[in-house]
Design a protein around this ligand. Structure first.
Ligand code: SAH
Length: 273
C-alpha cells in the first residue's frame, strides 16, 4: 500500500533506535507485562514474558504448523513459540531492519534458524501466498499501522480457513476527552501509535470470527508506570544513542499513560472463517 510506506519506514527507524532499550528492560520483549492482581510482585520483565506465553499458547500451533509473527520485534515470541511447540515453523516480519538482523542472529544462536525465519516486510502489504499459514499473532504491532483494516485483510488472506489470529494490543475502551485525550494524543504522536477502535468489527470485516476478547487493562496497564521508572534508572546507559529530550518525553508519557482509563489493552483470539 504505497501511501502507508513512509509511515512504516518511520516506525522502522524508531525501532532501529529504541529496540535495545526495551529489550534490555523487558527480557527481549517489546510489550507490556501481565500481573494476576495488585498483589502480584513479578518484575516487569517476568510479567512481559508471561504475556508472550499467553499469546503463543493461544495460537494453537502443532508440529509442522506454519505461524506468522506480525511485527516480531527482536524475535522473542517467535523463538518462544518455536522452542515450546516442537517442529512449528515460524516466520517473523518487521519494518525495522535492525530488529530483523538481531532476530536472525538469535535464531542461529538457539539452533532453530532452519525453522524460524525473519524478514523485512510490511503487514499492510504481505509478501506471502493465500492460505499459507496455520496461525498468526500480532503483539503491539497493529497500533503502528495507519491502515489496520487493510493489515487485518492481508493477514486474513495469508491464513488458511480455521486458522487463528491472536492479538495483544492497546485499544480505545471508550471515547477519550479532556486531559485523557491529551495524554493519548501525545503518547500516540511520540510513539507513532494509533489506538485501535472497534477491533471486533474490524476482525469481522476482515473475515474473522472472534473467539475470545478479553479486556486485560487491569492486569497490564501498570507496565507503563514501571517501565517509566526503569527507564529513568538506565537513562545514563542510553542517552548517547537516544536523543535525551525524546527519552525524557517517553519517560513522562509512559508514566501518565499508565493511568489513562479511556485507553486499555486487549487479548483477542479470532478464527479465520
Ligand atoms: N511483537 C514484538 C514487537 C512489538 S514492537 C514484541 O511484542 O516484542 C512493534 C513491532 O511492530 C515492531 O517489530 C515493528 O517493526 C512492527 N511493525 C510496526 N508496523 C509494522 C508494519 N506495518 N508491518 C510489519 N511490522 C510492523
Amino acid at each position: 500500500m504505497a501511501n502507508s510506506a513512509p509511515v512504516s519506514t518511520d516506525v522502522g527507524h524508531m525501532y532501529d533506535v529504541m529496540t535495545e532499550l526495551f529489550t534490555t528492560l523487558l527480557d527481549g520483549n517489546i510489550h507490556v507485562g501481565y500481573w494476576s492482581d495488585d498483589e502480584d510482585r513479578a518484575s516487569v520483565a517476568e510479567a512481559s514474558g508471561r504475556l508472550t506465553d499467553m499469546v503463543v499458547d493461544r495460537v494453537g500451533a502443532g508440529p509442522g504448523s506454519q505461524v506468522l509473527d506480525v511485527g516480531c520485534g527482536a524475535g522473542t515470541a517467535s523463538l518462544r513459540l518455536a522452542t515450546t511447540q516442537d517442529e512449528a515453523v515460524v516466520t517473523g516480519i518487521s519494518v525495522s531492519h535492525g530488529q530483523i538482523e538481531t532476530a536472525k542472529a538469535r535464531a542461529r544462536e538457539l539452533g532453530v534458524a532452519h525453522r524460524v525465519h525473519f524478514r523485512y516486510a510490511d503487514a499492510m502489504d504481505l509478501p506471502f501466498g493465500p492460505g499459507m499459514f496455520d496461525g498468526a499473532f500480532a503483539i503491539e504491532s497493529l497500533i503502528h499501522m495507519p491502515d489496520q483494516d487493510g493489515a487485518l485483510q492481508e493477514i486474513g488472506t495469508v491464513l488458511r480457513p480455521g486458522a487463528r489470529l491472536v492479538i495483544a494490543d492497546i485499544i480505545e475502551r471508550c471515547p477519550a476527552s479532556g486531559a485523557e485525550k491529551e495524554i493519548i494524543d501525545n503518547f500516540c504522536a511520540v510513539t507513532q501509535c494509533r489506538t485501535i477502535a472497534s477491533l471486533p468489527d474490524k476482525l469481522d470485516r476482515a473475515g474473522f470470527e472472534v473467539l475470545e476478547f478479553e479486556d486485560i487493562s487491569a492486569n497490564v496497564m501498570r507496565a507503563f508506570a514501571v517501565l517509566s521508572e526503569r527507564m529513568r534508572e538506565v537513562r545514563a546507559d542510553f542517552v548517547s544513542r537516544i536523543v535525551p529530550a525524546h527519552f525524557d518525553q517517553l519517560v513522562e508519557l509512559f508514566r501518565c499513560f499508565s493511568g489513562v482509563t479511556a485507553a486499555g489493552y486487549v487479548l483477542a483470539v479470532a478464527q479465520r472463517r
